[in-house]
Design a binder for this molecule. Sequence first.
Ligand code: CA
Ligand code: CA
Length: 616
Amino acid sequence: MKWQSLACLVALCGSTAALREARAVEPVDPKLIPEARKLLDYAVSVQGKKILTGISRFGGGPPAVLHRTGREPAISGTDIYGFHRKFGEQYHKVVRGVVEHCKHWWHAKGGIVALHCHWGVPGYPDSTAWGDKRRKPLRIDLAKAVTPGTEENRSVIGDLKVTADYLEQLADARVPILWRPLHEIDGGWFWWTDKETPENTAKLWRLVFDYLVNERGIHNLIWVYNAAHVANAVRNKDATFEDNVAYRKRFYPGAQYVDIASIDTYANPALGWGKSWEDSRLRAFELMQQVAPGKPLAIGEDQVLLNPDVAQEKGPAWVYCLAWFSDCKQPGWMRHSFNHEHMLTLDELPALAGHNVAPNARIEAPADGTAFGGPKVDLRGVASDRNGNLESVSIHALSGTWRNWFLRSDGQVAKLFPESTRLGEAQLEPDGRWTFAWPNAPDGFHNLVAIARDAEGAVAGSNAIRVAVGIENLARGKTVTASSTSKWGGGIEAAVDGNPWTMWWSDKAQPDPQWLAVDLGAEQTIGAVAVSWWKPYARDYSVQVWDDLEDWMDVGAIKGKGNFYGDMDVVRFKPVKTRRVRLHFTKRAVTWQAYTVYEFAVFKAVPEPTAPKEAR
Ligand SMILES: [Ca+2]
Ligand SMILES: [Ca+2]
């Protein structure tokens, strides 16, 4: 409710002078639309109190955060370029999707939109931001690019026009944007970094600003400057912090062109910061204080969110932190950091859009992956609405097996709700806490979701949780072995730890076949296995048991799997006595990738799913 308290403060002071004072920054675009001014004022108002959270769509976007943490990020960060040949059909298809996502995130969800642009080299249709399509460095003469009348300059303006047409659609839709052009400006890996004469890059920034703001009249952009975690040109071992400041300042276009200054804070021990979860990036903050004096500071990208415990205790006053990925090797980090009181999520934002937006809902218990011995499943959670018009919360069982929700867009997940079985209405308290009792859950797997509705009919789903009822996973915590294990995974035991978010990865360099085997500790009668996959799943594999002839014997198989989402396979077979069970993988879905198994579970039996009866 930061915006409202600021508004109250302004009302109390009652003068335009006070209003000016309350606004810590004047936007660099004097014609900035009121929606964007309100967003900028709000962002500045949180400085030193809390930090806004964000996620990139590259890292799975908001659904990845929702299903891992129960929260949605305040900021959804996207690329308005698209990584496809400019300006072909696929390019436009991707960017149109980005524009639709931005409108949806601001207007329907009431979230904040951030955009950057992996702009391919002007004049080279097959190029990427890194160079040509074979990733060879490809530079254009930036001195010429910023000089009117040159061919290079015409190419720059020609490209900008295409991006401007899309930004204009978002301006027309009155969607404010945290706009981060020429990102990682001093890194040295993108064509816009003039390593020898950084002043040319600064000129390019001013050119982009003048074209979009003054020539095209696009006034929904909050201009976010962005430094790289490493400036390659000062990477030699003798380069000091001061050398970094001096070099990086040369890229800075000037205070009148920047609203917020950001830096990407991937680990850089040489400059004084490590992994995201270790600290709060104080040295990066100090660096940017000198590069962009007086500007509000933000983290444009980091591997995951910074450490909120350190940030709460010691600062610094970052306005926001945007996670580029949705996982790290710290189990539970996403859940901890996005649920931390120092970090602001979507449900905690004020009603910035100025109209009705969707409510928020989360399931707090049981945890995703919980197994219940009996048929009684009790759920509890929280729902809220930033317009104060929350009306109801209902609980639904999604049809089908587990589908990797965090790989899906908001819209894709929403489409699944009508296919779900409504289990009933939750008991909703005035403070938003809700409870739901499901006394007669059938044996088997269930994917449960809470759906909140407001008085105007806006609907939002919670995190989906997977529960197992009345079936015991005989593999859980048992001894597991594999043909290979990659350093990227969570270790081999992650495949049987009962945690649906920890994962075993095979070593992708190892040829097929690959395998994963569990020793149940004693001979058991088994009749089913369940395998939860991440996106690199096995297209073909068999389930094997160790028979009396001391060789592996197939008892079931999956062939030609091709659903993209990974999902969970349940393989049922004629009950067999065995101590050892193995998954034998013969064909990868993603040819250049590994096999990635979240969980390998073994059961006596798994009942065929029956649609749960709707509670009335
Ligand atoms: Ca609402
Ligand atoms: Ca696991």
